[in-house]
Design a protein around this ligand. Structure first.
Ligand code: PLP
Length: 402
């Protein structure tokens, strides 16, 4: 017998640091897009653990891949070669078209490594004697409203004042912030100091804001022209979430560095930095590392996730996105919809996204917020019946607030 909800809550609040404003819900098991609580409560899940469980809860094939590897070898360190790590990296290269990758454990770590790579690339290329550039070419431009993680470098990179006002100064040197979808603002920020531009194609935490195609094309153009590295933070958008393997495919470009995490591990902690031709040899032994990065158990799970992603899978994501969109746009309280694929932001006439999230949860639907929008990140394998059941609850909550 496991603990009841109140015991789980009390023990957690006593023995873990108070960094999360948790809901009064514990999830003890799940299948697909169905989550179950210790008290027998049942929920439809439109969150997938914030974009992580893309195959839903405890997919049997994924669970088997993970447990088989755990029973064989759980960890050996990066001092040695490991087949699950090799297989996973090769599949990522095949699916993404990038050259090689570095494995880490989270999105923030992936972005840390991308920032380090950009600085080293620039230094190696432009800090030599006689170069027109000097050693100041280390600045990274990110966008207002972005979110890149919680480490010191990535909160600095995050373009939201609320993250900078907290008590963690001094922040890092070498970041500048441009307005999204404003080409003039981008050009104002670019200078001889710029070594990289880092963007999310769809800002997740910032409100499910999609970048304009012309804006992305201009970033790609200026990066190529000035040998500035284009870093795409695909931690939330990557690995099929938008109905393409990577969101950059929607924009017809390929960045120099792409960071991934969330969906890749299917529920276990795994992040990655994908390098293109320009950056594939920038990091050398001693430059970067991670004890757990590329762990065999996690990589075995990730390879299983990747084995499920093919053209049919991606087409299904796009079809389900259309199912969501059509129904959502028919709901009286919905004033706007943003996002791509199964990363959707819903703007509401009723306002107060938090109250809507609370009311949905009371009725058995788990959803997220992003700024003032409701954010849906359902598992990519969600069924039509689960979508319908979840949207029935959502419609009921909106109707009560009209
Ligand atoms: C775009 C983006 N980058 C980075 C991160 C940080 O990832 P992690 O929480 O795995 O460090 C997130 C997390 O929400 C994210 O959405």
């Amino acid at each position: 017998m496991g603990m009841d909800f109140n015991t789980i809550k009390n023990v957690t609040d006593t023995y873990t640091a108070h960094t999360y404003a948790r809901y009064d819900v514990a999830i003890t098991s799940g299948r697909g897009a169905h989550a179950f609580g210790p008290d027998g409560k049942e929920y439809i899940d439109f969150t997938s653990g914030i974009g992580v469980n893309i195959l839903g809860f405890s997919d049997p094939g994924w669970a088997a891949a993970v447990s088989e590897q755990a029973a064989k070898l759980q960890h050996s360190s990066n001092l040695f070669y490991s087949e699950p790590c090799a297989v996973c990296a090769r599949r990522m290269a095949e699916l993404s078209g990038m050259a090689n990758m570095f494995f880490c454990n989270s999105g923030a770590e992936a972005n840390e490594g991308a920032i380090k790579t950009a600085r080293k690339y620039s230094l190696m290329k432009y800090a030599s004697p006689g170069s027109a550039h000097d050693f100041n070419r280390f600045e990274i431009i990110t966008l207002d409203g972005s979110f890149h993680g919680r480490t010191m470098a990535t909160i600095t990179a995050t373009g939201q004042e609320s993250f900078h006002n907290k008590n963690f100064s001094p922040f890092l040197q070498g970041f500048a912030y441009a307005r999204p979808n404003d080409i003039a603002s981008l050009h104002e920020k670019i200078s001889d100091k710029t070594c990289a531009i880092m963007i999310e194609f769809v800002q997740g935490v910032g409100g499910v804001n999609v970048l304009d195609a012309e804006y992305v094309a201009e970033i790609a153009r200026v990066c190529a022209e000035r040998d500035i590295l284009f870093i795409a933070d695909e931690v939330q958008t990557g690995v099929a979430r938008t109905g393409k393997f990577m969101a950059y495919e929607h924009f017809g470009i390929r960045p120099d560095i792409v960071t991934v995490a969330k969906g890749l591990g299917g529920g276990l902690p795994l992040g990655g930095i994908l390098f293109g031709e320009k950056t594939k040899d920038t990091l050398q032994p001693g430059d970067h590392g991670s004890t757990y990065g590329g762990n065999p158990v996690v990589c075995a799970g990730a390879s299983y996730v990747l084995s499920r992603i093919d053209e049919d899978f991606l087409a299904e994501v796009r079809r389900k996105s259309a199912v969501f969109t059509e129904r959502l746009l028919s709901l009286p309280g919905v004033t706007g919809l943003s996002g791509i694929g199964l990363m959707l932001g819903v703007a509401l006439r009723a306002g107060n996204a938090k109250q809507v999230v609370d009311a949905c949860r009371e009725k058995g639907l788990l959803v997220l917020t992003a700024g003032e929008r409701i954010r849906f990140l359902p598992p990519l394998v969600i069924t039509d019946a689960e979508i319908a059941a979840g949207l029935d609850i959502f419609a009921e909550v909106l109707a009560e607030r009209e």
